[in-house]
Design a protein around this ligand. Structure first.
Ligand code: ATP
Ligand code: F6P
Length: 380
């Protein structure tokens, strides 16, 4: 039998370290273990693997990659696996296309004798992996097959793990951007609205705003944080207390909830606010920036590569001994995660059902942000 490895969804710095750790731990326990790389996410499953370089991968394949961001085996988003709502005109056609994709993927996995498939990605990838597993078991009911998930997403929105691979590097990239912007907006006495990735979650925006010392943070999960008038009142209070410049961090999910022109609307309100103008002596100048995909770039942090090593090693244990070393064997598809210093397993169904894990008002980080950041009620 062989073990397949793929990375899927948005690339996350540290994915390479996870592939490397899984590969080395598998080989450590069984030097004859056959490992298959499926390139470019699930698309690699539907592609015939003619090139031997990806079958029975040589140990040199995972050298000189631990310092690199991104994923050396490629990732991708495969729309064929997504279905429109049942009433949609193209529904039947899309179901047929998905079934074709799943059949080819199942046959490839069968012919390459893959009995464990390690999938490194976010909750979408685990949803896709689950239906690939269902299709495999439907076509080859007597062949064992298991999906082992490793959380890899800068959104850090997965149930079943405290941190996902890539989050710490993205966090440091955003804080670095905030620090660089601080110089120019202080020089001009400006406000900057900085948009940060995170899909539907606000974790990356929230924690980078706290760590970077932003004046205000807006996250999709808490509606009052993206109320324009509340933000204007906070900055007016800041101007009256002689704050010289303002950093406003906004999660991209706010745009999706409050409207695509949320940033422009806030910029206009701040620039035309009379109270701010009267205290400043001139209208406030506002600029809009976005960290965008830069958050996902660069060499992974030590924390991300360490987390990736632990989770890759855990995935190798599940594949070869059925569970984490020294712990009872687990049944079915699972995800390897971390809780504090411990590596833990959660059923993939539970991860999928309880994800995305979003910020709530009683999240400790949210509570901290409301104590540290600027607001009209704050005495400092
Ligand atoms: N609900 C779903 N059902 C089946 N397949 C899915 C589903 N959601 C996503 N997938 C598959 O998984 C792939 C990756 O999912 P997605 O693009 O949501 O990224 P992700 O794994 O959530 O990671 P990230 O959010 O960090 O980008 C999709 O391109 C699609 O092929
Ligand atoms: O790289 P893409 O396909 O543009 O996707 C961007 C999305 O991927 C992520 O970086 C990870 O999910 C999100 O935060 C962001 O919305």
């Amino acid at each position: 039998m062989s073990i397949g490895i793929l990375t899927s969804g948005g690339d996350a710095p540290g994915m390479n370290a996870a592939v490397r750790a899984a590969f080395r731990c598998l080989k450590m326990r069984d030097p004859d273990c056959e490992i298959v790389f499926f390139r470019d996410g699930f698309r690699g499953l539907a592609r015939r693997l003619d090139s031997s370089s990806d079958r029975n991968v040589d140990r040199r394949a995972v050298r000189d990659i631990i310092h690199r961001g991104g994923t050396f085996i490629g990732t991708g988003r495969v729309p064929e696996l997504l279905l429109p709502p049942e009433g949609h005109a193209s529904y039947a056609e899309r179901v047929a296309a998905r079934d074709d994709f799943l059949k080819v993927a199942a046959i490839n996995l069968y012919q390459m004798r893959v009995d464990n498939l390690i999938v490194i990605g976010g909750d979408g990838s685990f949803r896709g992996a689950r239906i690939i597993g269902e299709a495999f078991r439907q076509h080859f009911p007597r062949r064992p097959f298991r999906v082992i998930g490793i959380p890899g997403t800068i959104d850090n929105d997965l149930h079943g793990t405290e941190y996902s691979i890539g989050y710490d590097t993205a966090l440091n990239n955003v804080v670095d951007a905030i620090r660089k912007l601080r110089d120019t907006i202080e020089s001009h006495r400006r406000a900057i609205i900085l948009e940060v990735m995170g899909n539907t979650s606000g974790w990356l925006a929230l924690q980078s705003a706290i760590a970077g010392g932003a004046a205000v943070v807006a996250i999709p999960e808490v509606e009052e944080t993206w109320d324009h008038d509340r933000i204007v009142r906070s900055l007016d209070a800041g101007v009256r207390r002689d704050y010289r410049y303002f950093i406003i961090v906004v999660a991209e999910g706010v745009r999706r909830r409050a409207g695509e022109d949320w940033c422009e609307g806030l910029k206009h309100k701040l620039e035309s606010d009379r109270a701010i103008e009267s205290h400043l002596g001139h209208p406030m100048e506002v600029r809009i920036n976005s960290v965008g995909h830069i958050a996902r770039g660069g060499s992974p942090t030590a924390l991300d590569n360490t987390l990736a090593g632990l989770l890759g090693s855990g995935a190798a244990d599940v594949a070869q001994i059925g569970g984490l070393d020294g712990q009872p064997a687990a049944e079915g598809d699972v995800m390897v995660g971390c809780r504090g210093p411990r590596t833990i397993l959660t059923s993939l169904d539970e991860v999928i059902d309880c994800s995305p894990r979003l910020v709530t008002r009683d999240s400790e980080l949210y509570q901290l942000s409301q104590r540290l950041m600027l607001s009209a009620e704050q005495p400092f």
